[in-house]
Design a protein around this ligand. Sequence first.
Ligand code: MN
Length: 267
Amino acid sequence: MYTFLIRYRQYCTHIPLSLWTHYDFEKDDRMPVNASTNYAVAPEVHALPIAGSSDLFAVRRIYCVGRNYLDHIREMKEADERDPPFFFQKPADALVQNRASIPYPDDTQDFQYEIELVVAIGAQGRKVSVAKALDLVFGYGVGLDMTRRDRQRDARDRRLPWEMGKSFDGSAPCTAIVPVAKSGHPDRGAITLHVNGVEKQRGDLSELIWKVPEIIANLSMQYELRPGDLIFTGTPAGVGPLVPGDRIVGEIAGFEQLHLHITEPRA
Ligand code: MN
């Protein structure tokens, strides 16, 4: 056994000794880096503006809640209305800045919009109570959970994961984050989406089945939440398909509008 460890240690010469010998999940050891670290592949930072500030909100993870407005559950006809909340993720590099153009994505014939309130997490939390959940919130924004609906339905029918339908490039447009000090904790107010000036979605934040504190508390039972996490909180009814040339305007009362332009697919 000792010989094996020595050999393995020699094999792992690229890993600093301290990590190899003392890795401790509770202490949150990471690969040590500093300003003079050289990378063969450099880390990418994905960030959103913060309203009223020149600082950026660096995004760590993007979580999304499925089926959180009753009328949307009814239009999708695929879940029980009393189901507990469930979550999926998008990669942080799926973020799209407000007022961007994105190409109609690859691998779909049914690209759809979903307007959602986005919660930006600003503090660490694990197994957080509903009563303390809002303490984790940095602010709020307006986002689109862009969806390849045909790929999502394929996955559902074949009992496969949702990634291909939900977690693709450019699938997470979001506005600047408004700090809680300015936004408060919105729990009512119109949430709407227009395509080419025609209203497609209309709901009210008060219709969320699982409220923001419940979403945070529930998610924190499954993952340790950290500063930089975003949570897309679900969409009201009226989801539908897009075509190249479409111009989307998403709005939640009290927040800046989210604009997105769909262009021709990439070659
Ligand atoms: Mn959604």
